[in-house]
Design a protein around this ligand. Structure first.
Ligand code: GUN
Ligand code: FE
Length: 423
């Protein structure tokens, strides 16, 4: 299978570097990138043997990696939000309970996989409910490159989601053996998962090459609650902060993704950095209640980066209201600029929503999605002549994102190419 695609490629390779290749030819053979060529080289290809696709009126960008989302929270995205802990108890947990039904879960996984594709999310880190089949269904149906984990809830949880410790450990043993590096050990957060379960399961996944993901320091009353619980538990009475709880349970490391990390002290940031733990930042989820978020606060990316910590963007569906990573990028730029933070560019947002996530799942991956030998994978965004005439990738992205309404972002992705064909 041999294809030549004519288009305009936006190629973010770092926070500040993003090549714009106008009217170039991408050669794809057997699902792999063979090279990017100037339009004048078209005659050198034997067009009787190569499929030629003219997308000269499109922008082509790498696929999105959503590094923190809950696929079982699709229906609570627009539920009233007050604060994290009440939203969980009132809406989210009762909803996740529905996924105990295997048929329901399967049906929803199939429909959610279509939603992911529609917004161009082809990879990322995903939370399911406590039920092991919700991991199976996600990994079976989502197309692309996802890690998935079942949340663990062995304390401070409603009866209908509360697990026996031995059952929770058994599920982790089964699924981490079955899915290995596609699996993420996922204590919901320290409030709902006993330290014994966290420690025992960390030992298990140390041998399966799996990831670990959980929530850390998302809101201030969550932090107070966590510390009030752990200060009563043996082995934790002298614990100084939230990060230290996970550290004592062997949960930090270069395959760990912590959601949020908004309120970390400098001591905690040092520990996160030293362990090479990653943070998933979810600006729409953390954003104002009036904009559909939980009002948790704004993550300080500049300070986090100054400690050398890796971070990437996530939608945090359903605390985040929209699945499109375009909306997440918009929110990241807008909230930071409103604070006078001018390093929050659209290029940075695009990089943190695409290649950064892929590099967390695959540290060996190449910087550019157009690199020879890469699996061909990309999103097609239709573009007017006027848009394509703008001077830079930053201006083009800004125009695309700021002229789209929030509930129309899912219409921006025209087509998704993966390997040898459109999906
Ligand atoms: N902390 C614990 N569980 C959750 C969840 O489902 N969503 C968010 N945003 N934070 C959490
Ligand atoms: Fe979350």
């Amino acid at each position: 299978m041999n294809t030549l695609i004519l288009g305009n490629f936006i190629d973010p390779t770092s926070d500040t570097q993003c090549q714009l290749h106008r009217q170039k030819l991408l050669h794809i053979e057997d699902g792999k990138v063979r090279g990017l060529f100037p339009l004048e080289k078209k005659d050198e290809f034997d067009l009787s043997k190569i499929e030629f696709l003219d997308y000269s009126n499109h922008l082509i960008i790498p696929p999105f990696f959503d590094m923190h989302f809950h696929w079982v929270q699709d229906d609570v995205r627009m539920m009233p939000k007050d604060n994290l802990l009440t939203w969980l108890e009132k809406y989210t947990w009762p909803y996740e309970h529905k996924f105990s039904d295997v048929d329901y879960s399967k049906k929803r996984a199939i429909s959610f996989s279509k939603e992911l594709l529609a917004v161009g999310t082809l990879g990322g880190a995903c939370y399911s409910s406590i039920h092991s089949h919700t991991v199976d269904h996600a990994l079976e149906h989502f197309q692309g490159d996802f890690i998935v984990g079942n949340v663990l809830m062995t304390m401070n949880s409603p009866d209908y989601l509360l697990q026996k410790e031995s059952d929770a450990i058994e599920i982790v043993k089964d699924l981490s053996t079955k899915y290995r590096e596609k699996y993420a050990l996922t204590p919901r957060f320290a409030i709902t998962t006993s330290p014994e379960v966290m420690s025992a399961t960390a030992d298990i996944v140390a041998n399966t090459n799996s990831f670990i993901q959980t929530h850390l320091s998302e809101t201030e009353n969550e932090i107070d609650f966590v510390l009030s619980i752990y200060k009563e538990l043996d082995g934790f009475k002298d614990v100084k902060n939230y990060t230290e709880i996970y550290d004592r349970c062997a949960h930090l490391g270069n395959k760990t993704i912590m959601g949020h990390g908004i309120y970390l002290s400098e001591d905690e940031l040092r520990v996160v950095a030293k362990s090479d733990t990653v943070i998933a930042h979810c600006p729409t989820s953390n954003g104002p209640i009036s904009e559909g978020g939980l009002g948790s606060g704004l993550f300080d990316f500049e300070k986090t980066e100054s400690f050398g910590i890796r971070w990437a963007l996530g939608s945090d569906i359903g605390a985040g209201p929209y699945l499109s990573m375009f909306d997440v990028i918009r929110s990241f730029v807008e909230q930071n600029r409103a604070q006078g933070q001018d390093k929050a560019t659209f290029i940075k947002g695009l990089f943190r929503a695409t290649r950064m996530g892929e590099s967390i799942l695959h540290p060996e991956c190449k910087a550019s999605f157009l690199e020879q030998e890469n699996t061909a994978s990309m999103l097609f965004i239709s573009a007017s002549d006027e848009l394509l005439k703008l001077d830079s990738a930053e201006e083009i992205l800004e125009k695309v994102i700021t002229t789209c309404s929030r509930d129309s972002f899912d219409t921006l992705v025209d087509k998704v190419w993966h390997q040898s064909a459109f999906l």
